[in-house]
Design a binder for this molecule. Structure first.
Ligand code: HPA
Length: 270
């Protein structure tokens, strides 16, 4: 059964690679994956060509509000880029290979750099929200990995050179960029206060429900990977009030000007 599923996924990945190749997605030098509420970054792309996921047969489809479901191909500061606006999550019922199919296809097409972004809860009590954090390592608590039996993972998932380029871009664009560990939980429920105490003790600064599967898969396929969390809310037990998805999307909107400035400055430095 497991063999059959792997075989099916292998075929789906091949089809997606082919479909994206036909749309010239492989020209991109940097691929971006945008998290909840961060879609407006894609509006700044020059000569945009928009491909709705519905027109890509082998693309897993997402139903989460705040995730648009389209690829935007174009240029930023003269550099060819592709933006994946909206991703699928494990909590929607996708397995880890399906959830990483698109970034694997980017890797197979030879796109060398991947920038993953997400919305996350903040664990550091003294960071104002919304805040931006460069992920320099992660804790995978999702109970799965996207790697098959014959793939090797890497101890260092996030690329140091790309990370340094993000730091330079932050200084140049005068955007405050924290740095820390991202803990990934399965979701869709937010954490309890006790879970946040555990994560803080374990050294995490942010918590969310995405990114780590894609980071591991892309790294294994040879891409350089960087990742940024927009910390949209203090995590449970740190905040006084219960949180909801609308708040997360709204905070994403609030931070999007800074986020866009940072990434536009980053592109020529990558
Ligand atoms: N927890 C988990 N995921 C999230 C959060 C959070 O507090 N905020 C945005 N995504």
């Amino acid at each position: 059964m497991r063999e059959e599923r792997l075989d099916h996924e292998h075929q789906a990945l091949g089809s997606l690679q082919h479909e994206l190749f036909e749309r010239e997605v492989g020209r991109a030098r940097i691929a971006f994956v945008l998290g909840s509420g961060l879609g407006s970054f894609a509006d700044t792309i020059e000569n945009p060509q928009v491909i709705p996921y519905a027109e890509i047969e082998s693309m897993p489809q997402s139903g989460v509000p705040g995730h648009a479901g389209e690829l935007v191909v174009g240029e930023l500061a003269g550099v060819p880029v592709v933006v994946q606006k909206g991703r699928v999550h494990l909590y929607e019922g996708h397995d880890s290979r399906e959830a990483t199919r698109c970034v694997r296809a980017f890797g197979l097409l030879g796109i060398p750099n991947l920038v993953l972004t997400n919305a996350a809860g903040g664990i550091e009590a003294d960071w104002d929200v919304p805040a931006l954090m460069r992920i320099d390592d992660h804790i995978n608590l999702q109970g799965c990995t996207p790697l098959g039996p014959h793939e090797t993972g890497h101890r260092q998932v996030y690329d140091e050179e790309l990370g340094a380029a993000l730091e330079r871009a932050a200084a140049e664009s005068q955007v405050e960029l924290h740095r820390g560990v991202y803990a990934a939980i399965p979701g869709p429920s937010y954490e309890t206060a006790a879970e946040i105490r555990m994560l803080r003790w374990a050294g995490a600064s942010a918590v969310g429900m995405s990114t780590v599967q894609e980071a591991v898969a892309a790294r294994a396929s040879g891409m350089r990977v960087a990742a940024i969390s927009t910390i949209t809310n203090p995590a449970a037990g740190i905040s006084e009030t219960p949180l909801n998805h609308d708040e997360v999307v709204e905070a994403g909107r609030l931070v999007s000007e800074r986020f866009t400035r940072l990434l536009k400055t980053f592109v020529p430095l990558a």
